[in-house]
Design a protein around this ligand. Structure first.
Ligand code: SF4
Length: 146
């Protein structure tokens, strides 16, 4: 699997930090949301990486993406979901809980969809995701047994 986001290394320690900062930026834009192109510009991401990162946030139900025509070009408006705002206000996102998730580096992410039933890739059918979740449970159980 390929690295999902080519980080501008001088700015971020790792992709989880970038992930957190992008989410914060979208969160700050409130109900109006922010254009994906603006996020790409702000975080020096190319459009492919910006799209994958936004896709990750969407898959985790943290944001919604609306396709929109802006200045003659199609882009997405990124809006934080109300449920995510409520959750975030309750406690900050635990980045550790998504650490190592296969979706971050999945080569099929662009065609993975939980809504398109014709897609061969979806979180519900994904063996990689299942393996990662099971491994997480096993790790958690081992911790609890100590
Ligand atoms: S659910 Fe599976 S197929 Fe879809 S992006 Fe994640 S790892 Fe890839």
């Amino acid at each position: 699997m390929s690295q999902i986001v080519n980080l501008p290394r001088s700015m971020y320690k790792n992709k989880h930090e970038l992930f957190e900062q992008v989410f914060q930026a979208i969160l700050k834009s409130g109900e109006d949301g922010v254009f994906q192109t603006e996020i790409c510009k702000e975080f020096s991401l190319d459009s492919r990486d910006g799209s994958r990162l936004a896709g990750n946030l969407e898959k985790q139900s943290l944001i919604s993406r609306e396709k929109i025509l802006h200045k003659g070009r199609w882009t997405y408006k990124l809006i934080v979901k109300k449920s995510a705002i409520a959750e975030y206000n309750r406690k900050p996102i635990q980045i550790e809980c998504v650490e190592g998730a296969p979706c971050f580096s999945c080569a099929y992410q662009h065609s993975c969809s939980s809504e398109d039933e014709a897609s061969p890739y979806s979180p519900a059918k994904c063996v990689w995701l299942e393996e990662w979740i099971v491994a997480g449970f096993e790790k958690g159980n081992m911790k609890n047994e100590k």
